[in-house]
Design a protein around this ligand. Structure first.
Ligand SMILES: Nc1ncnc2c1ncn2[C@@H]1O[C@H](COP(=O)(O)OP(=O)(O)O)[C@@H](O)[C@H]1O
Ligand SMILES: [Mg+2]
Length: 236
């Protein structure tokens, strides 16, 4: 197999930029990285949706090529939003606004022709670890592994659950910060995440990337989202 001009095995000789949960990111050159799923699952559909949102001005890395499990894309420079939060460079409120803004912009992208009903492109993994504060495009969204077409509320509910998982992890360093982020995120993100909360929790629970310890956090996290959802607080 060749991918983006890389002959069989050649990828192994590229420097590794990051080892993620499901994929390895290799440096191709100053402008490009190669992302490859370790289980070699096919990334074609994901790459097509990445290209679609990029063509509509959404800040995703520009796609160079895709072949099977490998995607060659623009190399972004900058810390992740999670790193900027940890270093104190960005406040919790900054982070929440960036997350809400990325949701809004993504959901405003005209859906591709195969979308039905009110479905739009949804990322389903929009959290501070997947936002790169890039020099070129400002906050940019990476890790399109779960991208699909679906309801806006499902995307918002999923981000809320991911924040809530950190909040309910009482032993975790970021537990209190994540709770504050969750409350603020729910207040600014809009939509009606409660409408898709059960579906989001199930999808998250079934995500093979989660460790057993993380999976145990999903149900309490969903309960926390339910407690802080604006429609519960304000009776909207
Ligand atoms: N296009 C890119 N340019 C630069 N760094 C990237 C790019 N895509 C991903 N990364 C870095 O690699 C890390 C892991 O990538 P990600 O796609 O999130 O994989 P995983 O599914 O394993 O979490 C990201 O948090 C980011 O720091
Ligand atoms: Mg990631």
């Amino acid at each position: 197999m060749t991918t983006g001009g890389f002959a069989d095995g050649a990828v192994e000789f590229l420097p590794v930029l990051a080892v993620g949960a499901t994929a390895d990111i290799f440096v191709v050159d100053d402008e490009r990285v190669l992302r490859r799923y370790r289980d070699l699952r096919d990334a074609t559909a994901e790459a097509a949706l990445m290209r679609h949102v990029w063509e509509h001005g959404f800040p995703a890395p520009a796609l160079h090529s895709s072949d099977g499990a490998e995607v060659v894309m623009e190399r972004l420079y900058g810390p992740t939003l999670l790193q900027a939060l940890a270093s104190g460079e960005f406040s919790l409120q900054d982070a929440v606004e960036i997350m809400a803004d990325l949701h809004q912009r993504l959901h405003a992208v005209p859906p591709p022709p195969e979308a039905t009903g009110d479905d739009v492109v949804i990322h389903l993994n929009l959290h501070p670890g997947n936002v790169v504060l890039s020099e070129t495009h400002g906050p940019a969204l990476v890790d399109w592994a779960k991208v699909t077409l679906g309801p806006v509320d499902l995307d918002i509910a999923m981000s809320a659950i991911i924040l809530a998982e950190v909040a309910v992890d009482s032993g975790g360093d970021y537990s209190r910060a994540a709770r504050a982020m969750l409350v603020n995120f729910l207040a600014v993100a809009g939509g009606n995440p409660l409408a898709q909360l059960d579906a989001a929790a199930q999808d998250r629970f079934d995500d093979p990337v989660l460790q057993p310890g993380e999976r145990r956090l999903v149900a309490p996290a969903a309960a926390l989202v339910r407690r802080y959802a604006p429609s519960v607080i304000f009776g909207a």
